[in-house]
Design a protein around this ligand. Structure first.
Ligand code: GLP
Length: 249
């Protein structure tokens, strides 16, 4: 483990090693805070971590019955039943396989009739909780976190955003075609994310290396939303070798 720019970075060999390290960090937090509030992320990056958590749950090592979850974001509009929704993703990749209480799961509602109202509701729900103890994050190829896209200012609260062409194109691999990717999303703001007590950022693969370098070692700028994490007091980053090589760590 290295500490650079106030950020702890674990460089692991493979994706599986990265996921196992992340699971260890998550489980440590879960054991210390069995009634804690955990922020979850979607995308291909955390799937290995979620597989590890399911394995440890099945082995009786961990218990999710006391936790509350808040997911980072959701496409808008989207039906929860759509297999491209983040609601579906979380159930399929984690929640259906562990003992989290359904009433303790929070995901922005892609079916809400009023997107702005939904953002307010979601932000209030987070604010009325004791606060997120550990927030898992992935990184977009353009430096985004959750769906906070490069811009000229950092977003504060949960907000309704228009996705950039680059994100639509990056995420189109999960859809039948680029045209099927929703053009908007609901996302925790940068301010919401920065309020989390601890952040666990996972970055793997060559295609993320440039964004990783800018986020961790570049200037803090809303042009690279993840760069704000340099200002958070407790960030742990876990990367694979492809990223570690480019970061030169
Ligand atoms: C999406 C999500 C992000 C995620 C990013 C990276 O746009 N909104 O939360 O971190 O993509 O996805 P992947 O892990 O599939 O590369």
């Amino acid at each position: 483990m290295k500490e650079i720019n106030n950020i702890k970075i674990y460089a692991e060999e493979t994706y599986e090693d990265m996921s196992a390290r992340a699971a260890e960090i998550f489980c440590q937090e879960l054991k210390e805070k069995p009634n804690g509030i955990f922020g979850f992320a979607t995308g291909s990056t955390p799937i290995g971590l979620y597989k590890e958590l399911i394995k440890r749950y099945e082995n009786g090592e961990i218990d999710f019955s006391g936790i509350t979850s808040f997911n980072l974001d959701e496409y808008y509009p989207i039906k929860k039943s759509s297999d491209q929704s983040y609601d579906y993703f979380m159930k399929d990749n984690l929640f259906n396989h562990i003992n989290i209480r359904p009433e303790n799961i929070n995901i922005p509602n892609g079916e809400a009739s009023d997107a702005q109202q939904e953002c307010l509701r979601y932000e209030e729900k987070i604010n009325s909780s004791p606060g997120i103890d550990l927030q898992i994050l992935g990184l977009g190829e353009n430096g985004h976190i959750a769906f906070n896209e490069p811009s000229d200012s950092f977003t504060e609260m949960t907000n309704y955003i228009e996705l950039t062409e680059s994100t639509i194109s990056a995420n189109s691999r999960m859809f039948d075609s680029t045209d099927d990717v929703p053009k908007h999303a609901l996302t925790m703001g940068i301010g919401t994310i920065m309020n989390a007590k601890k952040i666990l950022l996972l970055i793997n693969s060559e295609r993320k290396a440039k964004a990783a370098k800018e986020a961790l070692f570049g200037e803090v700028t809303p042009e690279c939303p993840a760069s704000i994490l340099q200002k958070h007091p407790d960030v742990v980053v876990v990367v694979d070798k492809a990223v570690a090589d480019v970061l030169d760590i």
